[in-house]
Design a protein. Sequence first.
Lengths: 268, 307, 490
Amino acid sequence: MDVRKTYKLFVNGEFVRSESGRAYRPDGNVNVPRGSRKDLRDAVRAARTAFPAWSGRTAMNRGQILYRAAEMLDGRGSQFIELLGGGARARRELDQAVETLVWYAGWTDKLSQVTGTVNPVSGPYFNFTIPEPTGVVGIVAPEDDALGGLVRRIAPALCGGNVVVALAAESHPLAALTLAEVLATSDLPGGVVNILSGQRKELIPWLAAHMDVNAIDVAGCTGDEIKSIEEAAAGNVKRVIKVAATERSPYLVSAFMEMKTVWHPIGV
Amino acid sequence: MATALSLTHLGSLMRGVRSVDEVGADERAAALAKRSIKKSSKLWALDLAVRCMDLTTLEGADTPGKVAAMCAKAIRPKPGDPTIPSVAAVCVYPLRIADCVEHLRGSNVRIASVATAFPSGQSFTSIKVAETEEAVRAGAHEIDMVIDRGAFLSGDYQRVYDEIVAVKEACGPAHLKVILETGELGTYDAVRRASILAMAAGADFIKTSTGKVQPAATLPVALVMMESIRDFVRETGQPVGFKAAGGIRTAKQAIAYLVLTYETLGPDWMTPDRLRLGASTLLNDVLMQIDKERTGAYQSPDYFTID
Amino acid sequence: MALTKKQTAELAKQVFEYAPAPESIDHVKIQPRYGLFIGGRMVEGHSKKRFPTINPATETKLAEVVEADDVDVDRAVKAADKAFDSWAHLAPSQRARYLFRISRLIQERSRELAVVETMDGGKPIKESRDVDIPLAAAHFFYYAGWADKLEWAFPNRKPKPIGVAGQVIPWNFPLLMLAWKIAPALAAGNTVVLKPAETTPLSAMVFAEICMQADLPPGVVNIVTGAGKTGSLVVTHPDVKKVAFTGSTEVGKLIQRSIAGSGKRLTLELGGKAANIVFEDAPLDQAVEGIINGIYFNQGHVCCAGSRLLVQESIAEPLLEKLKRRLSTLRLGDPLDKNTDIGAINSKAQLERIQGLVESGIEEGAELYQPDCVLPERGFWFPPTLFTNVSQSYRIAREEIFGPVLSVLTFRTPNEAVEKANNTPYGLSAGVWTDKGSRILWMAERLRAGVVWANTFNRFDPTSPFGGYKESGFGREGGVHGLLPYLELN
């Protein structure tokens, strides 16, 4: 008889049950925690707390950690292939997810070189613009592509130094919750990524309206969801990131970034 | 008082003088240079420029005749026009003081003499003191000394300080203007340090330049020196004058210095007692501007005597 | 002529403080009434509603403009939409030439534009002459050069224009904000419908003439005047694909909400409550100038104004003394006078807002300082104001006043400075004054603001991206980053 795993939320680097004590069974058998608005609140708080240290890491170090995540994911490949339903399609999705992590791992220390500028202003000033992470990013995973869809958004957000509160695909949350185990063993500091499972319609409004969330990625959302998210996002002028779900580029990383411009006189 | 300063710590005190941001100082000076002064106000300002002027000749070729002519111009800048005031002073080499004494007799024009191995200052302190004493004895009311830039730039602030104190003592009743020769100091930070040092040592005026080194007076340097005066007055309550010299040739430049003085040091400095403009060729341009304001027509140099 | 020292000083005061030096205005012709700029020409509004635009320094009416209605806005958007295809497909080098031409025309008409800007908005002529207009021309010149180089700006992509851009701009830098909006939009191949602010429409009307002088193809730029209602019609029009707004955070949120779910692209440049942080080793005299420039430039009608002075406690006293002294030398009065530092408050409504916030500051216990300052009888004026004893919790330390009012707070350590500076929903700009290079970079890294001025303040340049963090908005204007909001990167 096998020892079954209890699936849990991933908040502040820890695996926790929903404070609500609720669960749902998306595949009809396994109990998955049904995260509540209070779990979401805790996740945002954890993310905010983790933000200064994570964004303060060197780009090289963030790259190493993303690469480490790729290693861990690849190492548990067979488990994910099984979770994703097995077969060539599942293998392809896993490979792509690993590749995405590796690709962005290599971007961390190049982003500011590609998207930053030194600006030739008319006057005796040194002037430069560099990308900086926007802060706490909410990510709604797409319902299809339960692993790859999420990794394609978490990786670029982390690449630039953001911290993440992600909602797992409601109908296939197991891959996302298992991805949390990968991240937990990748030297990623607690709270940098938080993953909640539960019902989108219950959680999205709280995420979209949360005043301490700086941006929300809606690649995994329906048109109706986007409309209500955008309305709620106005409460604190949240950035609503609408870049296509298939995008893989430094432009996507930039969508999670703020450009900061610094001026200083040049004189003796 | 000069002796109030603890001399043993002069070096570290100098390094503790607040820094100046070059770009910020340049921008502030440039902004003030854009101030516009019109009509009757401009006339008053031009009149003040004449009253604050140190009419200067500092050439190896200076003769009694040249100085006599300059003295006449100093007393009556525009022959036949008594509304134009005399200048504040003439400024000459020590050997020419006697000529000035002779030709300025009966006027209010003061005699300033450079001293202390002008313009380089590279001589013995004893010689500088002696030169100062001789100049005062010859009739100079004001001594324009140069600081020892070599000592200053090598960090020997003590030597600079002591020399100013010694020269000040040698001045007796004469006023001491201390020339920093800012064009050789390299940075506004150094200008500020030199200003504070000179004032602490007892300078009555601090002065930008000898006129023998480029750049000479500039508006931002003047601004930095005036801000130093402002801070010194705040700390000590003792007012110190400011003199710009070198490169001031046009009425427009002169007015810019007046604006700068007003904005930085306030109305109490708008007097020859506290403000001087040293120049050899400025006077006629100011006179031409005065006539332009009065007549409405632009003027020709042919109508203004060169000395 | 034997004047006492005191009399002389008094005379000097009169000469150097009160002598008027007015800019001549006889070369400027303001029409009594303006129409709308639609489809390449000035047309009568469908709306018969008009409103006056007044000179806030004299309260006299300068002209009447149309309060554009839905039919007018629809016409303008249709004109822009019609022009879009050929403008987007015009040889990029030709688009560049139109923009270069506009830049030159602004330079050629610079004094006229400066005078109009000053009369309509109340800002000192030396600012419109030396800052607003040259920067507006420079902005067009900078983006003109981008028009045929977009592929080099975004490697690996084929940038394409979005369509009709609906742009709504504020009253604090009317022509400059117009340039910030129109130049990148046109360079990228979009067409625009722009609504200038209700109180400052006139320089946009001169700009319409410039578009005609430049033979800009009809419909590429359309300008509709009006108030908030007109602006709302512009941004919500279904054929507007891209919305750009500069203004208050409050209105920015309304716009973000109003276009939710529409698929429109959006950039917002909103309010701010910038901290200007002065450390004990700062070059004090320049810091004072930076503080003055930071909050009293353009009467403090600046979204990135350094409205919170954070001064290290150890130098608070000498700094405040210098600051107060400098405050007393600011000249308030006729904006057309070349020596004026502080002009008129832009509108009665804005004046009342400033007065209300200043009253709240007094009530909450802050200590008010205003230099002796005679306010003209007519027009809207507010003296340069400084509050000490301000707590982080006071309204004057949290809310954007958008006026010449500085709140002074103190701090003890760099960490505390950062904490206080970031303790706001805004994040547009910040200032740091210190002599220590490593500390500047340390601070710059930690300040959550889109622009950090170190040992300077309120500098702008077309090559330099500008925009906010948090509730100060999103998207950048200026530089290569300023193109991005106007392009699809396929």
